[in-house]
Design a protein around this ligand. Sequence first.
Ligand code: GLN
Length: 490
Amino acid sequence: MSEALYYKTIGELNGLMDSGEISSVELMQSVVDRTQSVEERVCAFNSFDAEGALAQAAESDKRRAAGETRGPLDGIPVGIKDVLAVKDQPLTCSSKILADFISPYDATCIQNLKQAGAILWGRLNMDEFAMGSSTENSSTKTTSNPWNLDCVPGGSSGGSAAAVAAGEAIVSLGSDTGGSIRQPASHCGIVGLKPTYGRVSRYGLAAFASSLDQVGPMGRNVADVAHLLQAISGHDRRDSTSFKIDVPDFAAAIESFPGKQWTFGLPKEYFENAESAASLKAVEEAIEFYKGLGCAFKEISLPHTEYAVATYYIVATAEASSNLARYDGIRYTRRAESFDGKDSVDIYHQSRAEGFGEEVKRRVILGTYVLSSGYYDAYYLKAQKARTLIRQDFENAFAEVDAILAPTSPNPAFKKGALTEDPLSMYLSDIYTISANLAGIPGMSLPCGYSDGLPVGLQILGKPFHETDLLSIGHTFEAAHEYSREHPDL
Ligand code: GLN
């Protein structure tokens, strides 16, 4: 049986649209129908506008008919994590405090997608303000893992991952501060790439921890991810941390694996966790695959790995406490419904108490504490030093190897509710992803097998601005396996 339109690749869809076999409107309709049939179970979206999306598709069809197609994303539905500003659309960050907010402008990556002709499709659920690893911290709903509806999809970009796995979008955008693209991609059996810090503009991304946040692509295969990365990459004068560096041809680069003699590093700290034995099996088999291709392997050490989670939760909460100060019930966020205070300080208190969920409050309190004058040196400054050591670990490793292979997550998706009472265990589930954000390097998760019927991801970490390496390494594995063609039974 041939695959439904909503599960086809961007390359295939372009072929079908170019030859006139299908229109973008038909593709969009297939995604809308699919969404209407599975969304009640998957719960990936905070909101979507089917009519608006079909109108965008009709515009794309007109361009194609006139020979003015803007590239591979023209007419392709892209789901958007509800943390990115899309003009005149809701932007909630899955928080009550932004429940009524409509964005007055486009994020740079959204502007880029519009220029590429992509269809902006729906706002995808997430952990509130991207704080979490399961999407259970959303104030709106809990998204289900399409592979097992009792399990979480991972987080914080859980809606972005679940929608793509379930065929409710062709590709999607997520954001990754400590693993939020890679971990849900791993749990939902799709590809997710966190670009190098500075590769993609953060303008219009609601800030969580500005020195760690990156927007990135999620898709069912490496080529789709490459197309999306192409559209959103590049310098932006509105984000002073975005880099002035050439953007390579990512789609072309995926074929470049055979031209190079690769040496891969295996960080011993990432393979000693006994807990992950079952999901490690798939990762180890993927490593065997590359050995079979003649790639060289080296055991490496990232000796400061044990400090990564602690360092992250100091740096990230410190930045979050400052970034989230703007949500005060006065400027543009929702004022406490029960407001009965006397002055503006009461408005802040009551609006924030009502508007923020528990995890967000926990982090604002933690962040304020580590920045307070009495504890700044002991926590924040110490964490910044640890961050430098973690970055140096990678610099040392990359002097010897081209890329690092590792698990994405210590375990596959867990049952809903399993970790909600235990924030510390939840934090530890990001142990293999967090260091890449602290070091600023790119990382990608790629489906490499299953453990008890749940997808497992292989993580590939690369040198700064070497996303092309991740894509070509990943594509080579993908091309020899069926995982990108396997879909959950919904
Ligand atoms: N799970 C991590 C956290 O809770 C990472 C989140 C993210 O990358 N946005 O902070």
